[in-house]
Design a protein around this ligand. Structure first.
Ligand SMILES: Cc1ncc(C[n+]2csc(CCOP(=O)(O)OP(=O)(O)O)c2C)c(N)n1
Ligand SMILES: [Mg+2]
Length: 283
């Protein structure tokens, strides 16, 4: 499903943010900050950018989407449900015994999920391998990968960075959720990552740093990536963890906890207000 305007995409981001809260509440465990921070990126990827067919999840010409930081699963489930892969109601079984919507995504149970994830630091290697296969087969589909800043503290990520540059994987575009938090603190306190785009450039990538909630900037960076020849693209998307909920924004404490009933009500209220503001804007 394609959405034509930024307003529609922003409303979709608001919808999937609310879906995330709806999933986390009955689960009473899971991650809040990352999924809320990534909602705008997922709205653009699933409703503007990527080529796929929900009725043919294994369509050979689909763009491949690799989620590396699997703990943000609720935002992936919400976007895929709203795209039409499965009913949104089923995602409310998040983290329940027997549900296919576990805390981290599994490719065995859910259509169109290319990679199971959860162990961090694997996705970029998986995405690079898929991109190389696409090149060897002379395919026109592209590989989209979402990764996190915390994952860049792992050596395996940098092995994949070298690999993708060596094989000139210009069919690969990676978005890094640069939210400056990880499980137990701020990234720059725990293991500083510094200027990530500069690091990527020095490894031979095309790399830009943008505001990960700026629709025009995200769309331009994705378009530029398509025009880039001979280099993979890294979009360092600076996001606000917990985006949309004032008391959760920029707090690493919300990395891995679910809202209780009272907190969820406040979250719905704030997101509901934001929805009204977006709806009131000119088309
Ligand atoms: C290999 C591995 N080590 C540790 C973990 C535990 N873990 C889960 S999320 C996380 C924080 C990673 O940072 P980031 O992805 O930036 O988190 P966020 O921004 O979503 O808070 C850690 C250490 C894991 N899932 N995999
Ligand atoms: Mg982070």
């Amino acid at each position: 499903m394609k959405l034509n305007t930024t307003k529609e995409l922003r409303l979709m981001a608001n919808t999937i943010r609310q879906d995330v809260i709806r999933m986390l509440l009955p689960a009473q465990s899971g991650h809040t900050a990352g999924p809320l921070g990534l909602a705008d990126i997922f709205s653009i990827l699933y409703f503007h950018e990527m080529k796929y067919d929900v009725n043919k999840p294994d369509w050979s010409e689909r763009d491949r989407f690799v989620l590396s930081n699997g703990h943000v699963a609720p935002i992936l489930y919400a976007a895929m449900a709203r795209a039409g892969y499965f009913p949104i109601e089923e995602t409310l079984t998040l983290r329940k015994l027997g549900s296919r919507f576990q805390g981290h995504p599994s490719r065995h149970w859910i259509p169109a999920i290319e990679n199971s994830s959860g162990p961090l630091g694997e996705g970029l290697a998986i995405a690079s391998g898929i991109a190389l296969a696409g090149k060897m087969d002379k395919k026109s589909w592209r590989v989209y990968c979402v990764t996190s800043d915390g994952e860049h503290q792992e050596g395996s990520t940098w092995e994949a960075v070298m690999f993708a540059a060596k094989y000139k994987l210009d069919n690969l575009v990676v978005l890094c959720d640069r939210n400056f938090i990880q499980i137990d603190g701020n990234t720059e306190d725990i293991m500083p990552l510094g200027d990530m785009a500069a690091k990527y450039r020095s490894f031979g990538w095309n790399a830009v740093t943008i505001n990960g909630h700026d629709y025009a900037a995200l769309m331009k960076a994705l378009d530029d990536a398509k025009k880039m020849k001979g280099r993979p693209t890294m979009i360092i998307a600076e996001t606000t963890p917990g985006k949309g909920v004032s008391f959760a924004e920029n707090k690493f404490e919300w990395h891995g906890r679910a809202p209780n009933k009272e907190e969820a009500e406040k979250m719905f209220a704030e997101l509901g207000e934001e929805r009204k503001r977006i709806e009131a804007e000119p088309g």
